[in-house]
Design a protein around this ligand. Structure first.
Ligand code: PAF
Length: 286
């Protein structure tokens, strides 16, 4: 039996259109994205559709979170293909504003400051990145006013900082996370994976392998876990490590040498011209 095709998403291309369309819609579930949607995003959407029927997927490549020498210009913009994917799974609303609508005076003068953790790890390698992320997420939450907002655990530091912002600024939204989706080799899905050549993609597999190594050696303590992960990355010459760290899951600060218990291993590395991040839960013992 043929099922009727789900209605197409309504594409809201301005803040005013979003406010008008969503007025009085009840509980809204927001999935913030920068587009170039892959199965990882679709897992967020699937979770969002479980949480409520008024799902809004925002697609906005946020200039504020890219540094001057980063990949803003080459970041993939595939709105038509993205809307097709969202139509296929029954998403009712896509919010795709222009940069001029989001930042009418150029760059926002008033910004959210991500604080101590915002300057570490990703924030150390990408100064100002998390201020840009939090500023746009705060704006999206103000514009869409969702009850739930859904993020992927792949961006663990981003999730931590969004939760911190929501608590610090008393924003009335529940943050929901979804586990990282991986390809058949274990590589975390990312919009940037499309820039990897087949050889680079094979090499990038060393990143999840390194995190697995950290997890396997975690029962011998933090140094053993880090050494095992580092050794795995060093074995792959095409992968240039940026950082490899183990943090406490509640503070996101580096775990002390004598800490025992659940932790998060995080890695960032460059493969060719593409920068990738990943993380995995581990349990430190030993
Ligand atoms: O994770 C992302 O894609 C972005 O950082 C986000 C949350 C959509 C903000 O631009």
């Amino acid at each position: 039996m043929n099922h009727p095709a789900p209605p197409r998403p309504l594409v809201l291309d301005s803040i005013a259109a979003a406010r008008a369309a969503l007025e009085g819609r009840g509980d809204i579930v927001l999935v913030p994205t920068m587009g170039a949607l892959h199965d990882g995003h679709l897992a967020l959407v699937a979770r969002a559709l479980e949480l409520g029927s008024t799902v809004v997927v925002s697609i906005f490549v946020n200039p504020l979170q890219f540094g001057p020498n980063e990949d803003l210009d080459r970041y993939p913009r595939t709105l038509d293909a993205d809307v097709e994917k969202l139509a296929a799974v029954g998403v009712p609303y896509v919010f795709a504003p222009t940069a001029a609508d989001m930042y009418p005076t150029g760059a926002a003068q008033t910004r959210v400051v991500a604080g101590r953790v915002g300057g570490m790890l990703e924030g150390r390698s990408r100064p100002g990145h998390f201020d840009g992320v939090l500023t746009v997420v705060a704006k999206l939450l103000q514009i869409i006013r969702p009850t739930f907002v859904v993020f992927g655990q792949k961006d663990a530091q981003q999730v931590f900082l969004v939760r911190q912002m929501v608590a610090d600024l008393n924003i009335p939204v529940t943050v929901v996370t979804v586990e990282t989706v991986r390809d058949e080799t274990g590589l975390a899905l990312s919009s940037r994976n499309r820039f990897l050549s087949p050889t680079e993609k094979r090499a990038a597999h060393a990143i999840p392998l390194a995190l697995e190594a950290a997890a396997s050696y975690a029962d011998r303590g933090i140094d053993a876990a880090l050494a095992a992960a580092q050794g795995t990355i060093m074995g792959e010459p095409l992968v240039e490590l940026d950082y490899l760290k183990i943090v406490h899951p509640e503070t996101f600060l580096p775990a002390d040498d004598d800490y025992r218990g659940p932790a998060l291993a995080l890695a960032a590395a460059r493969v060719g011209s593409t920068r990738l991040i990943d993380n995995a839960p581990i349990v430190l013992a030993g």
